[in-house]
Design a protein around this ligand. Sequence first.
Ligand code: SF4
Length: 273
Amino acid sequence: MPPAIECYDAGQILTPGAGYLGDYDYSLNPYVGCAFGCSYCYAAFFATPERQASWGDWVRVKRNAALKLSRLRRSLAGKTIYMSSATDPYQPIERRLELTRSLLPILAEKGARLVVQTRSPLVVRDIDLLQRFDRVCVNLSVTTDSEAVRRAFEPRNPPIADRLRAASTVAAAGIPVAITMTPLLPVEDPAELARLVGRTGASRFVVESFSPTAGRFRGGTGEPARELARRMHWDGAAYERTRQALIRELGPNVREGEAGFSPGYLLSSPAPP
Ligand code: SF4
């Protein structure tokens, strides 16, 4: 069922970087809520209890986002912006609304440095606008090599192969790409995952362990998915074996956790060795 859509005027469009994203000047969320509805989503935690329970079934649209951004008085030249920290800017409704797309020329014009975080192949639609930035990186989220795992943890998400193809298309267009395996869900074949992400042409790789229990700043996940993780013997040791396989295939250019999300890493030019 499509999510319930609500449009509203946001008070602000840029949020000062904080916590995990403290090295960014701002985060930018064109939407509140996310129709991808990942079972482990930490962003759900910030919603009201009622909205947490229906996470994925509703999306709020900041219909004044472009106006707010274009009227911004402060300079964005050289400022680092992370889009998005609590939603996916290319979730399905974006195809019709083109809200994220409307923000890109404004950000590029103002000289911002942009990291786009998404798991949606729709991002390839905006390659023409992303090419206008002096510094930009598209983070494609690839969380496993297994469609069974993807369906258990992220049933509303695009298939893994589509995300890998999108990463290749963006990289081939000359736009730096990072593959974010965050969280890394249970993996069937670590060496194969490393080969798959390496073949995309991405120049940066970020990995982070998956927490199967709910916590204050980390999402939990449903029992069927936890059962699958148990069946696949996915634990700290399995995560570490996979991380090592990634490093063997991709070299030292694999960062873990917060270090991988820093603007110094994602927006460095040229790409880190
Ligand atoms: S795509 Fe990101 S923001 Fe959306 S539900 Fe999944 S983890 Fe949360």
